[in-house]
Design a protein around this ligand. Structure first.
Ligand SMILES: Cc1cc2nc3c(=O)[nH]c(=O)nc-3n(C[C@H](O)[C@H](O)[C@H](O)COP(=O)(O)OP(=O)(O)OC[C@H]3O[C@@H](n4cnc5c(N)ncnc54)[C@H](O)[C@@H]3O)c2cc1C
Length: 612
């Protein structure tokens, strides 16, 4: 058999989502269809409606997305005569999502206005993003920009720009980064000069701009951070401007192209059809911009889009890891190599899933990616609850809790689902390293997630240095209460009682080290407090995902012990096994991070630059 013939016998999955997982998350675990829960009002979407949406999304993904994903990865955007052209399959996918009403669902408009569930949205994105990532990225960015316009623009600007953005006719971007100003935006150089008619002229260079130009929509609406001439220094002097590719006239027709140039397409490692640009505003002709909200409040407004995007990054990372896991699982069940350890003389070779080391890698992937998805689903559910909170106190508490969760939701999947993608390649052996299988592409696509929307290090400082420090640790109260609730449920269950006690102990460890760090902060030793903040972020992520695994395991056990005949015993036991594995192999990593957090920082600080 030639290698090509051999490869063709591998039954490639036509969809990389196990629907049982989505049903488990939504209906068994989060109980989004439960009638007895009022916050958020669960009756907004019932099980039948959600199931029909998941079916419809799966059919679109199977027919219109998966078959084109490899071509979309290969055929990179082209810059010609100042315009960017994207491979047409992306536009076809986006058009399908618009025609089939998914754009309006994600926009929360039309018949979905006021009755969407973010947890369902998260499940739908799992189906779409695991099938083709670039098209979904355009959608997510466009709608986040639309919501920014909706929240902060004047009625006049909204009248011209908002509806076409919600309808998918105009796409949007977020334009923050400059060549010399990435993680720290306080010194951005782009300027905005007021004109006699109340508009502004924007001038400056911006880089790393996703979707900076393309032929996927009628218009591109750039949300640009810039400074007015007399603005205060630092972040208090940053304003936000709406900069259209084609300004919209009073009669809603499109004017001449605005004065900015696409200097280059940044050649990316992954998600290559999701174009990324270096742009120059007002370089060759004046570039018109409109002030959003009040001058000098721009960064605060932009945080709405940044926070939303951070959650999306976590979801995208989780899904990309999940897709790699599903693919490598299918491969491990198919690929025959070597005998199982328990085989006798003369027994045939076995599929590699029989080897303990392959099982280890599959279990690690399962733990990371399903744990990441649980984290994203849980955060979506908290956001649903926040939007439907009935009192100010409840709203404030949930808002602060969601803010605390945001860097963790962004970062845990970005780190650990990427690790899962690495393991997926390993499971495939040589086949994992070549482009005949998508696992190498998943790895490339996922690598960005720990970098954009604030790097891993920036998220860590945000979590410890801002969110934990500003509340002196009070942000942990809701989390602590929820973890204790799960531990109580699990304590008397024979299957997970010991895990419950382990989690309680780990929680105490984490709370104690947090208190020690806060004491260091109170004493003004900022270096000792923050130097190992990534260890704090990683520790917190591992604790929370461990808790979610225990909570899911409790759900699985309750379902297994229930009266129903239609339970899938293997599937539910799979959740229990993964939880057990996580507690045995992953939670102990917390000890290492605690050691780092409490260590002297001399090992980080004393080495001379020339010693590296
Ligand atoms: C594919 C892609 C898409 C992007 N999309 C957009 C977009 O649409 N719009 C947009 O405006 N930007 C976008 N970005 C920019 C992205 O947000 C930045 O790359 C990111 O914020 C990091 O900034 P930087 O690249 O300048 O790295 P730097 O800020 O130079 O950071 C380099 C390293 O130093 C670390 N570091 C920096 N400061 C500190 C500190 N104070 N403490 C500890 N460590 C620190 C960082 O964690 C990182 O590891 C995109 C980038 C990429 C690659």
């Amino acid at each position: 058999m030639t290698y090509t013939d051999y490869e063709l016998t591998f039954p490639k999955p036509d969809l990389l989502v196990n629907r049982k997982d989505l049903d488990f998350f939504l209906f068994d675990w989060l109980k989004i269809d439960s009638k007895d829960q009022t916050s958020p009002p669960r009756s907004l979407m019932d099980k039948a409606e959600v199931s029909a949406l998941l079916d419809k999304a799966s059919a679109i993904a199977r027919e219109k997305m998966v078959p084109f994903a490899a071509a979309i990865d290969e055929n990179q955007p082209r810059l010609e005569d100042g315009n960017i052209y994207i491979t047409p399959e992306v536009k076809e996918i986006l058009q399908t999502l618009i025609e089939e009403d998914f754009w309006s669902l994600f926009a929360r408009t039309g018949k979905y206005k006021g009755r969407f569930s973010e947890a369902v949205e998260c499940a739908l994105l799992t189906i779409f993003s695991s099938s083709e990532v670039s098209s979904v990225s355009y959608l997510g960015l466009a709608l986040a920009a639309a919501r920014l316009v909706d929240s902060f623009c004047s009625p006049e600007l909204k009248e011209k720009y908002l509806q076409p953005m919600y309808d998918g006719r105009f796409f949007g971007t977020m334009v923050l980064s400059e060549t010399e100003h990435g993680s720290t935006l306080s010194h951005i150089q782009t300027t905005a000069d007021l004109q006699a008619d109340g508009s502004y002229h924007i001038k400056g260079e911006k880089t790393w701009i996703s979707a900076g130009d393309h032929d996927l929509s009628e218009n591109n609406i750039h949300m640009v951070l810039a400074r007015t001439p007399d603005a205060p220094e630092g972040i208090r002097g940053i304003s936000l401007f709406l900069v259209p590719k084609f300004p919209v006239n009073d009669d809603h027709s499109l004017d001449e192209r605005n004065g900015y140039d696409i200097v280059r397409i940044n050649p990316k490692m992954g998600a290559r059809s999701y174009v990324n640009n270096l742009m120059r505003f007002g370089d060759t002709s004046p570039c018109l911009g409109y002030l959003v909200g009040q001058e000098n409040h721009g960064l605060a407004y932009m945080f709405q889009m940044m926070n939303e995007s951070r959650i999306s990054v976590g979801q995208g990372a989780a899904v990309t890891g999940y897709a790699g896991y599903q693919y490598s699982l299918a491969y491990a069940k198919w690929r025959v190599q070597g005998k199982s350890m328990t085989a006798g003389k003369g027994d045939p070779q076995a599929p590699i899933i029989n080897h303990p080391d392959i099982r280890r890698m599959l279990l690690m992937q399962k733990c990371y990616v399903e744990g990441s998805m649980a984290l994203c689903m849980y955060a979506s559910d908290i956001h649903d609850k926040l939007l439907h909170a009935e009192t100010d106190e409840e709203r404030n508490n949930l808002f602060n809790y969601y803010e605390f969760l945001t860097p963790i939701v962004k970062s845990y999947p970005s780190e650990w689902s990427l690790e899962a993608n690495k393991l997926a390649i390993q499971v495939l052996g040589g086949a994992g390293y070549v482009r005949l299988h998508p696992v190498e592409c998943f790895y490339r696509n996922n690598r960005i997630n720990a970098i954009h929307e604030g790097t891993h290090g920036v998220q860590a400082v945000d979590l410890l240095g801002r969110k934990i420090a500003r509340s002196d640790g009070k942000e942990l109260n809701i989390l602590t209460a929820q973890i204790k609730k799960t531990c109580q449920k699990a304590e008397d269950m024979a299957e997970v009682g010991d895990l419950s006690r382990d989690l309680s102990r780990r929680l105490d460890q984490v709370l104690n080290v947090t208190e020690e760090l806060l004491e260091i902060n109170r004493n003004g030793n900022r270096v000792q407090f923050l130097a190992d903040s990534t260890a704090f972020l990683d520790m917190m992520g591992h604790l929370i995902v461990g808790w979610l695994w225990l909570d899911m395991s409790v759900t699985a056990i309750q379902k297994l012990n229930g009266q129903s005949d239609d339970v899938d015993i293997d599937f539910l036991n799979g959740k229990r096994h993964a939880c057990q594995f996580y507690f045995e192999r992953e939670l102990p990593k917390i000890d290492g991070w605690i050691n780092s957090l409490l260590s002297e920082k001399s090992v980080l600080l004393d080495i001379n630059e020339n010693g590296f």
